[in-house]
Every structure is written in structure tokens, then in C-alpha cells.
Design a protein. Sequence first.
Length: 137
Amino acid sequence: MSTTAPLTKLDADALFRAVDEAWNAADAAALSRCYTQEGRLIDPLGGVSEGRDQLESQYAEVFATIMKGSRITSCVEDVRPLGDGLVLIDATQTICDVPTPDGQGVPEMPLHLAAVIRRDGDAALILEARPYAFMRL
């Protein structure tokens, strides 16, 4: 029997507050620490980053280029236990102030996030994250 407390919505909310704070500070190192050592991100463009070093490098590049000056707000909507200390979360992430080549910027870019998180010591961390946009027809 496991003695580790199960992850809750409060744990997920705290994790994604840390994600938002790191993103909004353009702090790639802090954002990569929101992931497990072997964490993986499959971004909306299909790029794959695996492990904290690669995640930090990818986020640093994104913050210096296509997401420079952007801000994010995350709202965890659902937490579903998967067993073995893992939970699946569904969240809405809204990225604001995304720069465009013409300098106008995109005021808001809504994304859905499906992520698997797990407890690592006292912290909840991202094992797998897949942000994506729903198609509008």
C-alpha cells in the first residue's frame, strides 16, 4: 500500500501557478523545473522536448523568439487519477500578447492542455504535457 498522498486539484493548481509565474517571467530554467527529470512536452506545432535540459533550451528559444513578451494564465478544470500516483489533468491555458511579424500581436490564444502529473517528493510535477488548440470550423 502506498504511503504517498494522492494528488489533488489543489496540487495541480499550485503546479500550474508555478508554470504561469515562470512563463510570465520568461524563466526557462524555472519552467523546466515544473517537469520531472524525464518530463516531455509535445508542443502545438508538433515539436518534442524530452528531459529538463531539452525543455529549458526549448523554452529559452521560444521566449526569445515567437513567444517573446507573452503571458499565460492556466486554469485546471479536471483532475483524473490514473493509478500509481499519476493523474491526468485537463486545463485551459490562455496565452496573451503573442507577437506577430507585423507587430500587431495576437491578443489571446486559447489552448487546451492535457497533462500527466505525478508527485515527486513534496511537489507535483509534469511528466507529459500536450497543449493544443481546438479546430474552429
